[in-house]
Design a protein around this ligand. Structure first.
Ligand code: AMP
Length: 190
């Protein structure tokens, strides 16, 4: 099974992806985590992306598509991927469809976590205080939210047209959101 966890920054995608990895043995493919690892390792890629990410802008499609390509076969062999923070543009989504098709696979579910902006701002303030992620500062977070609304939200009709989209209230407790995701994936009523 291949699943996209979709939603604005700080909607809970990473938290839910990690739980699904534990529960279902799928592989989490988070382009944000991969880029942060590249920065931490001091690689050329990390140096190229660091300033863009701390501003809150999107890095180029070419870079994130290459990161996903490099891990896709391994994830498919392991039983499927949870895409977390990817795709974020229509070009990324189209590329992902082509890459999966080459492996005889497809996206099976797109789960949209809906969280209102006020709650996102509260969550990210707590995360900034706890973890000090540079792009969680209020100015960068605003840029990230704008990038989501401008570049990423337009993907919703792309997946709705393919009848892949399930919308879930992401405002509740982690366990309640997790149950709703499980129900969507397993086809039982919420
Ligand atoms: P995330 O951890 O998913 O919130 O990603 C953190 C940052 O990494 C984003 O604000 C972007 O700068 C960059 N990034 C992660 N995934 C992508 C993507 N699919 N396309 C473009 N930029 C990305």
């Amino acid at each position: 099974m291949n699943l996209i966890l979709f939603g604005p920054p700080a909607a809970g995608k990473g938290t839910q992806a990690k739980r699904l990895v534990e529960a279902r043995g799928m592989v989490q493919l988070s382009t944000g985590d991969m880029l942060r690892e590249a920065i931490a390792s001091g690689s050329d890629l990390g140096r190229e992306c660091q300033a863009i990410m701390s501003r809150g802008d999107l890095v180029s499609d070419v870079i994130v598509i290459a990161l996903i390509e490099a891990r896709l076969k391994e994830a498919e062999d392991a039983g499927g991927a949870i895409f977390d923070g990817f795709p974020r543009t229509v070009a990324q989504a189209e590329s992902l469809d082509r890459s999966l098709a080459r492996l005889g696979k497809q996206i099976d579910h797109v789960i949209r976590l809906k969280v209102d902006d006020a709650a996102l701002l509260e969550r990210v303030a707590v995360r900034f205080a706890d973890q000090g992620r540079p792009d969680d500062n209020p100015e960068s977070f605003k840029v990230r939210l704008d990038a989501y609304n401008r570049n990423t939200a337009p993907l919703l009709p792309y997946y709705a047209d393919k009848s892949l989209l399930t919308e879930i209230d992401g405002m509740g407790a982690i366990d309640v959101v997790a149950e709703a995701i499980d129900a969507a994936l397993d086809g039982s009523p919420t």
